[in-house]
Design a protein around this ligand. Structure first.
Ligand code: GLN
Length: 194
C-alpha cells in the first residue's frame, strides 16, 4: 500500500479484512518487499511530488516493468495512466494503464456523487461507487478491459493484473473489488513463477 498521502488507512483495513498481509510502503525496501501495490486516492499532484521526494519513482518504475500488480483508485488511477489531461505539467504518470485520464472531470458542481455500478466480474449485485472529485478515463488502448462504465465513460478498468477505479471502494464495506484485485494479482504472480 503506497502510504505517502491519501486514504491509506481505509485501504489497509479493507485488504486486511480480505485476509491479505497489507503493509504501508514509504521506502524502497518496503517496496521491494511487496508482491503487489495499491495506489490510493488522495491528490495525484501531491503523491507525484512525494514519490520523487522519497526517491520512489525509479524503484517503482522498475517494479512495474517487472510486472508487479497494481490496484489504483482515483488519484492512484491518475498516477497510473499514460497521460493526464488537465494535470500539472510536472506531474508524473506511470503508464500502468493504456489510458488517458482527465482530472476533476466531473466539474465543480458535481464534485462528489455515488452511483450503483454493474461491475462485470462481480456478478449481479451492484457495487456502490463513491466518486470524489473523480477522474474520467477518456481514451483507452486495446489492452484495457472496461469492467464498468457510467454513460459510456469507463469507471473501472483492468489491464493484465492491474485494476483501475475512478471511485473509492475503500469507503464502503463492500470488499469485492479488493478481493477481485487480490485474486487477479495472485494468479498473475503464480503464472510468473510457473
Ligand atoms: N482530484 C484528485 C486528483 O487530482 C483525485 C481525487 C481523489 O483521489 N478522490 O488527484
Amino acid at each position: 500500500m503506497l502510504a505517502l498521502q491519501g486514504d491509506v488507512r481505509e485501504h489497509l483495513a479493507a485488504l486486511q479484512a480480505c485476509g491479505a498481509e497489507a503493509l504501508p510502503v514509504r521506502t524502497r525496501s518496503e517496496l521491494d518487499a511487496a508482491d503487489a501495490l495499491v495506489l490510493p486516492g488522495g491528490e495525484s499532484t501531491t503523491m507525484s511530488r512525494l514519490l520523487r521526494v522519497f526517491g520512489l519513482e525509479q524503484p517503482l518504475r522498475e517494479r512495474l516493468a517487472g510486472g508487479m500488480p497494481v490496484m489504483a483508485t482515483c488519484a492512484g488511477l491518475i498516477l497510473g495512466s499514460r497521460r493526464v489531461l488537465d494535470g500539472r505539467p510536472d506531474q508524473l504518470t506511470l503508464g500502468i494503464f493504456d489510458a488517458d485520464v482527465r482530472r476533476n472531470a466531473y466539474g465543480r458542481q458535481v464534485e462528489s456523487f455515488e452511483a450503483d455500478l454493474a461491475v462485470a466480474p462481480l456478478g449481479i449485485a451492484p457495487f456502490r461507487g463513491v466518486f470524489i472529485r473523480a477522474p474520467r478515463v477518456e481514451n483507452t488502448g486495446g489492452g484495457v478491459e472496461v469492467l464498468a462504465s457510467i454513460d459510456d465513460n469507463p469507471v473501472a478498468i483492468a489491464q493484465g493484473p492491474h485494476l483501475g477505479l475512478a471511485f473509492h471502494p475503500e469507503m464502503t464495506d463492500d470488499l469485492r473489488l479488493h478481493q477481485h484485485f487480490l485474486q487477479r494479482a495472485a494468479s498473475a504472480l503464480e503464472s510468473n513463477v510457473a
